[in-house]
Design a protein around this ligand. Sequence first.
Ligand code: 5GP
Length: 122
Amino acid sequence: MAYDDTNIFARILRGEIPAKTVYEDEHALAFHDINPQAPQHILVIPKGPYQSMDDFTAHAPDALIAGFFKAVGHVARQMGATETGYRILANHGADAHQEVPHLHIHIFAGRPLGPMLTPMKD
Ligand code: 5GP
């Protein structure tokens, strides 16, 4: 499936839609999630047309992959979350309920975040 450059995060990257930016460099843009699920909920997206973690790790240049993940770590430090803890999460595809088809890493912090997933029933 081709990258859809009308997705909301592509539009944020092009400056067509506002976002509350907290960090930007040549590889990444980080901004507040519009519907936060923790006291701090930041999204970090790569500057490039990558639909998800799968597309990004298969097709992005190494410098962008390295720069992007360095940016995620930088943003978590900037949030002041390294002492108390934080969680990163990236949804890929239907089972993970990915809503926006541009890779984004969620960073959650600011409260105890509970278990990773609802435990499986037998
Ligand atoms: P996903 O389920 O794809 O991993 O997460 C998409 C995230 O994007 C959701 O947490 C949702 O609140 C956020 N989101 C959707 N539209 C917008 C928007 O226009 N601006 C911002 N800042 N976040 C958005």
